[in-house]
Design a protein around this ligand. Structure first.
Ligand code: SF4
Length: 508
């Protein structure tokens, strides 16, 4: 991260004249780099495309698979090529587990561990405090900021070609990190090693980032973390766990506080472990409606209890089903999305058949499918009963088909209902598209007289039909337009990877 002026060793101008952000991997990484982008904007530092020369590059890496590692290293090499004299700050999980590799490859790069990552944002805040450069007031930088063409996907989770291999660049929703790390140690997961023990951000820190996102024009906030259900208001960060923990702020309390203290219009959670969906959270969600959206992402991973046990998951399939039932009873029309892993060691045909049946029974609105990918050092790599690649592929294919059917069925069931859609982008055919409250994609043709620019508008829409071009997208008839209060001014990090990689099921 840029060192504030007083501390730069070269004595050069403290403020980078331009910066570029490259992000790989999960939504937590994305939330971190979005926060960095917001701070850079406040510091009046223009963001440029990473293929262009910049004074400063931030590369947030991912190690969820070996391909993610390779893409992380490639991003650093590319930054160095774009500007051999740049300050390149490399952080994230790939650095955490393989710092030597990065140090050998680019000795001038500054490597920052995940534990030290919070310090990066503090350094950026110091830049903000330095004030705007002479002649450049704080404020909207629309004209100074480039559009992020040339966005390239890391495909970290899509490496197997199973999941979506490209996350959309979020220009309307803001991912706000509330928690980091995990202490659960599921047997397939590298994340506890890469990100460390669970720890929560102080509520004031979260609120500041929410306010920053709202000021930049975001209308929807996604609270993001590696294992957000362990949110404790910052007790864990301060090392004060134990007897005090009962008085700590829970995730439900944080949601209530954000709703009370800010004008955020829409709020979602990134994925949350099913056992953390407790009555308090459901009550907060119900009380917060309609600002709290009817959508939950609950990682499942397997529908077979033996596999779940060997994965080190902390629930059985029946517990998961009961959580879904309770959520449906509390939140009318809630859309439940899940992650599932195909080909975990010991998953035999019977176990896989149980998973297939279970997934069908849950009437999910979305399913993210991942092939098991062995990560060195995790217990699952040493288990007997490893599944061969062909079988993994075949099982993943079956799960994908079930997921596609489920999404299409959910989309059909919602036809003729009225919904509110946050418009995200324009399709090649001129229609506008965005997500409804239940995360269904809705494409609309504006009415005569509607504003020409609809990005970041919230439309009241009647869901009319399944879109001929995509079975899980619907077309909508516009009933009303709530125009964007202001244009969104924060260019977002590029190389955004897929949500919810294997072992990062909580980050989608
Ligand atoms: S899968 Fe999720 S809960 Fe399990 S160890 Fe990884 S991050 Fe933690």
């Amino acid at each position: 991260m840029p060192r504030p002026a007083a501390t730069r060793p070269d004595g050069a101008t403290a403020r980078p004249r331009s910066a570029a952000i490259v992000n790989l991997g999960c939504k937590v990484n994305q939330s971190e780099m979005e926060a960095a982008a917001r701070l850079l904007r406040e510091a009046c530092v223009p963001l440029v495309d990473p293929d262009r020369a910049a004074d400063l590059y931030l590369v947030n890496t991912c190690t969820v698979t070996s391909i993610a590692d390779e893409k992380s290293r490639a991003a650093v090499r590319r930054a160095r090529r774009a500007n051999p004299d740049a300050e390149i700050v490399v952080t994230g999980c790939s650095v955490q587990v393989g710092a030597e590799m990065f140090a050998a490859m680019d000795p001038a790069a500054r490597l920052v561990t995940n534990e030290a990552k919070a310090g990066l944002l503090r350094e950026l805040e110091a830049l903000v405090r330095l004030g705007a450069p002479e002649g450049r007031p704080h404020g909207p930088l629309d004209a100074a900021l480039p559009t992020l063409s040339g966005v390239e996907a890391a495909g970290a989770a899509g490496i197997d070609g199973i999941a979506d291999d490209r996350a959309s660049v979020e220009r309307t929703r803001a991912f706000v990190k509330v928690q980091d790390g995990c202490s659960f140690y599921c047997t397939y997961c590298i994340i506890p090693r890469a990100r460390g023990a669970e720890r929560s951000l102080e509520p004031d820190v979260v609120l500041a980032d929410v306010r920053r996102a709202l000021a930049a024009g975001h209308r929807e906030i996604v609270l993001t973390g590696i294992n957000i259900g362990t949110y404790d208001g910052g007790w864990s960060e301060r090392g004060a766990r134990g007897s005090h923990v009962r008085s700590a702020l829970t995730l439900a309390g944080l949601v209530r506080r954000i709703l009370e203290a800010t004008s955020v219009e829409r709020i979602r959670l990134s994925s949350i472990e099913p056992q953390h969906v407790d009555d308090e959270l459901l009550e907060a969600w119900v009380a917060g409606a309609p600002r709290t959206l009817p959508h939950l992402h609950l990682p499942l991973q397997s529908g077979d209890d033996g596999v779940l046990r060997r994965m080190g998951r902390r629930y059985a399939a029946g517990d998961y089903a009961r959580t879904v039932e309770r959520a449906r009873a509390a939140i009318p029309g809630v859309a439940v999305h899940a992650d599932v892993i195909a080909g975990f060691p010991t998953e035999d045909d019977t176990a896989f058949a149980r998973t297939m049946a279970f997934v069908r029974e849950q009437r999910l609105a979305g399913l993210h499918v991942f092939r098991y990918s062995a990560r060195p050092g995790t217990p699952a790599t040493r288990m007997a009963g490893q599944v061969d690649e062909r079988t993994k592929k075949a099982r993943a294919g079956e799960l994908l088909a079930v997921g596609a059917d489920a999404r299409a069925a959910w989309a059909r069931a919602g036809l003729r209902t009225v919904t509110r859609v946050l418009v995200e982008s324009r399709l090649a055919d001129g229609r506008w598209v965005g997500h409804a409250e239940d995360h269904v994609l809705v494409a609309v043709t504006p009415r005569p007289g509607d504003p020409a620019e609809l990005e970041n508008a919230i439309l009241t829409v009647r869901r009319a039909a399944i879109d001929g071009e995509s079975a899980d997208r619907v077309t909508g008839e516009v009933l009303a337009v709530d125009p964007a209060p202001r244009s969104l001014r924060v260019p977002l990090p590029v190389l955004a990877g897929s949500p919810a990689p294997i072992g990062g099921a909580h980050v989608g």
